[in-house]
Design a protein around this ligand. Structure first.
Ligand SMILES: Nc1ncnc2c1ncn2[C@@H]1O[C@H](COP(=O)(O)OP(=O)(O)O)[C@@H](O)[C@H]1O
Ligand SMILES: [Mg+2]
Length: 319
């Protein structure tokens, strides 16, 4: 097992109170596999990702508990210095707007080179061919020529690939993608997801893929974890979760998916809004929006119930 997250808690201390952005999250990820982390905006997906990299915005935010075991070593206990080394060598991240973080005054080749020099000890003379190799890995056509271009000379899709080349240049064993395709159009998005799958086959990297879009995770994930109000409410192999959702929140997310065989002009959305994490209802955090609410739901948070070896959900109707 490459990554094991156990009961992770990340809190923000604000003037209005404690925000439990990540409230006891546990999951595992094997080498070469993809886990999708899905949920509406504000459910704690990005803070989970930032926690894994130990990049939670301080001092307001901090990891309040739990373990993040990467190759058996607990990242929560690492010093800032050790974490800098781990971020460069084992874990990489691609963000939604990472193409925006490219520096406009340097060529893309220079920026990929900078990352290679920072993370790999290879002779200067070999850096250029390594740059071309990385651009080729992310299927940038005519990489020799493209390396000399500036970011503004490239399309959004190509820039996002350059960000990918930078993320892969440290040869990570874990790649965290936080909504990497959200700002790309649908065709480019599909190409990007296929590319990610191909690179994963070639490199064996494990991917934690974060998105609010269940349709996207369906295409590329082995397993899916559904997050609501700081907690994982259901987890299963992708196919099983999509065909047999057990948690009412997962079912509601599924209903919001566009379907090719249904001719709908307007997608339904889930009624109501997620709770603000400052004022969590007692009991299950989903009950105010749940179509199947029972008395127990309002009193106590439901336990995580295993439906089979790989499929669990926390909902009182399953107990
Ligand atoms: N800097 C911050 N200060 C206080 N609360 C924050 C901060 N950043 C995030 N949060 C809280 O954490 C919750 C989860 O945020 P986030 O992980 O970014 O959600 P997601 O990525 O699922 O959209 C937000 O709803 C917000 O309440
Ligand atoms: Mg986010």
């Amino acid at each position: 097992m490459l990554l094991e997250v156990k009961d992770l808690k990340t809190y923000f201390h604000t003037r209005r109170g404690v925000v439990k952005a990540v409230n006891g999250v546990s999951f595992t990820l094997d080498a070469g596999k993809t886990l999708g982390l899905v949920g509406e905006s504000g459910s704690g997906k990005s803070i989970t990702a930032l926690s894994l990299l130990r990049l939670v915005p301080e001092p307001a935010g901090r990891i309040a508990g739990g373990e993040i075991l990467l190759d058996g070593e607990d990242l929560v206990k690492k010093s800032a210095r050790e974490m800098r080394r781990i971020r460069g060598a084992k874990v990489s991240m691609i963000l939604q707007d990472s193409m925006m973080s490219l520096n406009p005054v340097y060529t893309v080749g220079n920026q990929v080179a900078e990352s290679i020099i920072a993370h790999q000890s290879i002779p200067r003379g070999e850096v250029h061919s390594k740059v071309v190799e990385m651009l080729r890995l992310v299927r940038i056509p005519a990489p020799e020529r493209r390396a000399k271009q500036y970011p503004h000379e490239m399309s959004g899709g190509m820039r996002q690939r350059v960000s990918g080349a930078i993320a892969f240049s440290c040869q990570p064993s874990l790649l965290i993608c936080d909504e990497p395709t959200t700002s790309l159009d649908v065709t480019i998005q599909a190409q990007y997801l296929k590319l990610l799958k191909d690179i994963q086959r070639e490199t064996g990297v494990a991917v934690l893929f974060i998105t609010h879009d269940l349709g996207v995770v369906a295409k590329i994930c082995d397993d899916i974890a559904v997050m609501y109000a700081g907690r994982i409410v259901e987890m299963a192999p992708a196919m099983e979760l999509l065909t047999r959702p057990m948690h009412p929140y997962t079912e509601a997310l599924m209903k919001c998916l566009p379907s090719l065989d249904k001719n709908v002009s307007r997608l339904p959305s889930i009624q109501g809004a997620p709770p603000t994490l400052l004022q969590m209802p007692p009991g299950c955090s989903f009950w105010p929006r749940c179509p199947d609410v029972r008395p127990a739901c309002k009193e106590q948070y439901p336990p995580f119930i295993a439906l089979n070896e790989h499929h669990s959900a926390s909902c009182w109707k399953l107990s």
